[in-house]
Design a protein around this ligand. Sequence first.
Ligand code: F6P
Length: 322
Amino acid sequence: MKKIGILTSGGDAPGMNACIRAAVRTALAGNLDIYGIKWGYAGLIRGEIEPLDRKVIANIIHQGGTILGTARSEEFRTKEGRAKAINVLQETGIEGLILIGGDGTFRGGTLLSQECGVSIVGIPGTIDNDCYGTDYTIGFDTAINTALEAIDRIRDTATAHDRLFFVEVMGRNTGFIALESGLAGGAEELLIPEAPVSVEELCARLGDNFRAGKRSAIVVVAEAEHPGESFRIAREIKDRIGYESRVCILGHIQRGGPPTARDRVLASSLGVAAVQALTEGKSGCMIGEINSKIVYTPLKDTWEKKKQLQTSLKDLLKILAG
Ligand code: F6P
């Protein structure tokens, strides 16, 4: 293998740049040419490819976002779109491809690896942490720390006003960000898709809390299918038991900013491992880390199998909230 490509796709995640840097350095050290594909699959279809060298990746380890740009490509979901992408790969002579992204990226990657002769490996990069085959995805640690900082700040004002707050965090249809930021932020309640709580139950539990002497509370809500659901829940609580509340939707703030040390270390180790995997002849797999060890999971499993929330953490929240 002489020539490899790298792209970032789907939602950006802090640590993607650290990962690109690690892959480029490893490739160059192994005398491989490495090319950056701009704007994810969309850029691949358009042939937006440029060589990466030491200069391009200098001083990016601490930067959020992705120097390659990213996108969600509708066209790549079609066979015709992928045929254009395969054509570009063949014309440029790229023999190995590194995909940094989440489950959507790996769905596309699975099809691409079935339809073309290029070796393909994935690296989990998404703030959602919802990829099967790795304990953590690149960007998750930064996102939960960003959410935590916001929760801490909201706690100050919630305490000052004796108020109930709903803090809505990202995570698509999973509760990983909500669970860990909620636990770390001392949330009184957690609303996540993996453990649904009815509004009746929530009212009863908040009522118990307030009767037991609490004067303020924070409910961390996973955005789930409908970002903005917190407003509806807050209204229902007001109608049922009369509690006034405030809603804060953290949104894309959770996607930006410098990656934490944990994310930089994970990104660096996966970036190195991805290049090594390609040179060892591996393909069609995602490189993750489980119990601090590099693990290879078939790309298909990363989105077909469901990663479970750590139930021990859920139990912990039950004991500590209230
Ligand atoms: O997958 C990352 C993520 O930030 C999710 O948490 C969120 O649901 C989604 O992307 C938002 O996507 P967009 O940036 O396209 O609005």
